[in-house]
Write a protein that binds this ligand. Structure first.
Ligand code: HEM
Ligand code: NAG
Length: 314
């Protein structure tokens, strides 16, 4: 009796369950996968890696510049490639012109080269938002940092947000403001401390540093963010903080703010003392940041040119 009823009920029940599960998986927008291009563009990773390898031969700063683009993309209406759009008035006001990006965010021609190489191999498949996520991971890895499995499947947005871009964290923000701006995206103190660890490589204009420019330096004179190991992705950044040598006030406050002792400071000490701990947390926080409201499924589009939306009849 029990056997008969369970065999007669279960195929229908299973089918219903399967349909419900599929429906809910489809509805859960923002479900990314490391296998997303496995069938449609299996060489995507290698192609992105090759272009970055070539670019860093002449510009060792490129890996740092590229990971920063992913951050500035994800913090403005999610990881949708909006940062990459050029001005196309009246519809598109480029985020590249806000104070946090203007004369600062760089690496756009390398993104164009990556896009061109991908369009050549698998046209119309890989989004510009995913290019930034892949480029961020590859950049860290090439500089000696951790590897992680990049989640993919983001689609490109067709709008920009100047308001959002103006709200990017500033080097003059106090700790509570930085925490608030990260919490908006569900990023906690550990994420804040780990992600700022990206200042282990790359450059900064002296006008943004704690010491400001010297009398004979122009405002845009470049300095190393990490004066110990300028192009290597390691945990020396946290040692710099412990010595009081961070370039940015927004770095040093994670140790010096009166509230830091019970929030961010213990995490700085931890990462300074254990590079593997930093690497693990950095990878996890990058995945969290990369998950900020992606467009998936039928939302958005796959841009042909990262600088322009695919406007029809144009
Ligand atoms: C917590 C808030 C943050 C603030 C206030 C901040 C601020 C800055 C500033 C002022 C610069 C120098 C820009 C210039 O001189 O033109 C810079 C560079 C950089 N930032 Fe951040 N940043 C923050 C978080 C992050 C995060 C989360 C990442 C990546 C995960 C990141 C990665 C970088 C990199 C790699 C550079 C060097 C870029 C290059 O050399 O082109 N930053 N940041
Ligand atoms: C840096 O120096 C310039 C020129 O003296 C000044 O205008 C600017 O306000 C200074 N910046 C900071 C953050 O103190």
């Amino acid at each position: 009796m029990a056997d008969a009823s369970s065999t007669s009920a279960s195929p229908g029940m299973l089918l219903l369950l399967a349909v419900l599960l599929l429906a809910s998986a489809g509805a859960a927008s923002g479900t990314l996968s490391s296998m997303f291009y496995e069938a449609s563009c299996p060489k995507a990773y290698d192609i992105v890696r090759r272009v970055i390898q070539d670019a860093r031969v002449t510009d060792p700063r490129i890996p740092a510049s590229l990971i920063r683009l992913h951050f500035h993309d994800c913090f403005v209406q999610g990881c949708d490639g909006s940062l990459l759009l050029d001005d196309d008035l009246p519809a598109i006001h480029s985020e590249k012109n806000v104070p946090g990006n203007e004369n600062s965010a760089r690496g756009f021609p390398v993104v164009d080269s990556i896009k061109a190489a991908l369009e050549n191999s698998c046209p119309g498949i890989v989004s510009c938002a995913d290019i930034l996520a892949l480029a961020a991971e590859i950049s860290v890895e090439l500089a000696g940092g951790p590897r992680w499995s990049v989640l993919l499947g983001r689609r490109d947005g067709t709008t920009t947000s100047i308001e959002g871009a103006k709200n990017l964290p500033s080097p003059f923000d106090p700790l509570d403001k930085l925490q608030e701006k990260f919490r908006l995206f569900n990023l906690d103190d550990t994420d804040l401390v780990a992600l700022q660890g990206a200042h282990t490589f790359g450059r900064v204009q002296c006008q943004f540093t704690r010491e400001n420019c010297t009398a004979w330096q122009p405002q845009c004179a470049l300095e190393n963010l990490d004066q110990a190991t300028p192009d290597v992705f390691d945990n020396k950044y946290y040692d710099n903080l412990l010595y009081g040598h961070a370039q940015l006030q927004s770095d040093q406050v994670m140790l010096s703010d009166p509230t830091a002792a019970v929030t961010t400071a213990p995490i700085v000490h931890r990462f300074s003392g254990n590079q593997q701990d930093f690497f693990r947390n950095f990878a996890a926080s990058m995945i969290k940041m990369g998950n900020i409201s992606p467009l998936t499924g039928r939302d958005g589009e796959i841009r042909k040119n990262c600088r322009r939306i695919n406007t029809k009849g144009y």
